[in-house]
Write a protein that binds this ligand. Structure first.
Ligand code: A2P
Length: 323
C-alpha cells in the first residue's frame, strides 16, 4: 500500500501520511476524515495531543480494524503523536503520551514527537497556561536546555511505548543543540515544506545526520492567506507541471516531496480529496526540475505561531523573503 521510507530504527514509515489537524474541530469530523483515509489506503496517521481529537481518531482506528476483519492489523498502521509545549517536564512528557495512548486506544505509538522547541507552563488540570497578555507563559530554562525533555523521550523509546522518537518545527540550530547531548538521536523532524518553503538546507542537514524529514502543509496551507499574497495552489507553473502528466496539483506536490526524500502529510476533510491525494506517482524528472525551479530561493512560511506563543521560534528569519 504505497511507498515507504525506513527510519533509523529499521521500521518502515509510509511515505504518504494523513494529517489529522482539524481546523474547525467540530465533533465527528476527525472520525469521518480518518475513517475515509484508512479506507482509502492511508496507513500512516499524524496526530497530536494539541489537536484535541485523539478520542475520535482512536474510535475510527478501532472501528476500521474491526471492520477489516483481520485483513489490517494494528502493526500495519503507523501512528504518530506529539507532546505539546506545556508538557515538557519529564513526568509531563510521560503523562502526555499516556493520555494520548488512552484516547487513541493504543498501547504504543510508532512515533512520538516534541511538537515545538518551546517549553511553557501549564495549569493544574494539564491545560496550557495563558498569561495576561493572552500568550503562552514560556519556561525559559527548559526551552534553552531541552535535555530533560529529550531524556524523557528516550526513556519512552527504551520502554517500547514509542517505537521511534523525534521532534517537530526544529531548525538546524535546534537540532545541533539536541544532537550535542542526545543518547538516541531524533529519528524524525516534522516541519512545514512545500514549493514556497523548500527547506533545502534543513533537508541536506537531516540527510547527513540520518534524521528523516516529514512535511506538514505540503499543499502550501491552502486555507491560509500567505503574507506574500501568492498561494501555492494558484501558481501557474506548478498547475501546468501537474496537468502535463494528468495529475492534480495536490498529487504532484505529494509526489514532489516523496521524490525529494521525505514523508508527506496531505490533509483534507473531503473524502474525495482524501482519496485522490493518496494517489501519488513517480514524478518524471522534467516535472521535478520544473517544481524545483519554482521553489528555488523561496522562503515563505504559512504556519507561524509567534503571536500565539509570544516566542519567536525562528529569530534568524526576522525578514521573510518574498517569492
Ligand atoms: P479540504 O479539507 O476542504 O480538502 P495543508 O495540509 O497544506 O495545510 O493544506 C490543507 C488544505 O488543503 C485544507 O484546507 C484542504 O481543504 C486543502 N486540500 C486538501 N487536498 C486538496 C486538494 N486535492 N485540492 C485542493 N485543496 C485541497
Amino acid at each position: 500500500l504505497g511507498r515507504a521510507f525506513t527510519l533509523p530504527t529499521g521500521a518502515k514509515i509510509p511515505a504518504v501520511g494523513f494529517g489529522t489537524f482539524a481546523s474547525e474541530g467540530s465533533k465527528g469530523e476527525s472520525y469521518k476524515a480518518v475513517m475515509a483515509a484508512l479506507e482509502a489506503g492511508y496507513r500512516h496517521l499524524d496526530c497530536a495531543w494539541f489537536y484535541q481529537n485523539e478520542d475520535e481518531i482512536g474510535d475510527a482506528i478501532q472501528d476500521f480494524l474491526r471492520e477489516s476483519i483481520g485483513t489490517v492489523k494494528r502493526e500495519d498502521l503507523f501512528i504518530c503523536t506529539k507532546v505539546w509545549n506545556h508538557l515538557h517536564e519529564p513526568d509531563e512528557v510521560n503523562w502526555s503520551l499516556e493520555d494520548s495512548l488512552k484516547r487513541l486506544k493504543l498501547d504504543y505509538v510508532d512515533l512520538f514527537l516534541i511538537h515545538w522547541p518551546i517549553a511553557a507552563e501549564r495549569t493544574k488540570d494539564y491545560k496550557p497556561l495563558i498569561g495576561p497578555d493572552g500568550k503562552y507563559v514560556i519556561k525559559n530554562e527548559l526551552t534553552e536546555n531541552p535535555e530533560p525533555t529529550w531524556q524523557a523521550m528516550e526513556e519512552l523509546y527504551y520502554s517500547g511505548k514509542a517505537k521511534a522518537i523525534g521532534v517537530s518545527n526544529f531548525t538546524i540550530p535546534h537540532l545541533r543543540k539536541l544532537l550535542s547531548f542526545a543518547k538516541v538521536n531524533p529519528h524524525v523532524n516534522q516541519v512545514e515544506i512545500h514549493p514556497f518553503l523548500p527547506n533545502e538546507e534543513l533537508l541536506e542537514f537531516c540527510k547527513e545526520k540520518n534524521i528523516l524529514l516529514v512535511a506538514y502543509s505540503p499543499l502550501g496551507s491552502q486555507n491560509q492567506v500567505p503574507t506574500t499574497g501568492e498561494r501555492v495552489s494558484e501558481n501557474p507553473t506548478l498547475i501546468k507541471a501537474a496537468e502535463d502528466t494528468g495529475h492534480t496539483l495536490a498529487q504532484a506536490l505529494v509526489s514532489w516531496g516523496v521524490k525529494r526524500g521525505y514523508c508527506v502529510l496531505p490533509k483534507s476533510s473531503n473524502p474525495e480529496r482524501i482519496r485522490s491525494n493518496f494517489q501519488d506517482y513517480e514524478m518524471p524528472e522534467k516535472d521535478f526540475e520544473v517544481i524545483n525551479e519554482v521553489a528555488k530561493g523561496r522562503h515563505s512560511r504559512f504556519v507561524n505561531m509567534k503571536d500565539t506563543f509570544g516566542y519567536d521560534v525562528w529569530p534568524e528569519e526576522s525578514v521573510v523573503a518574498s517569492p
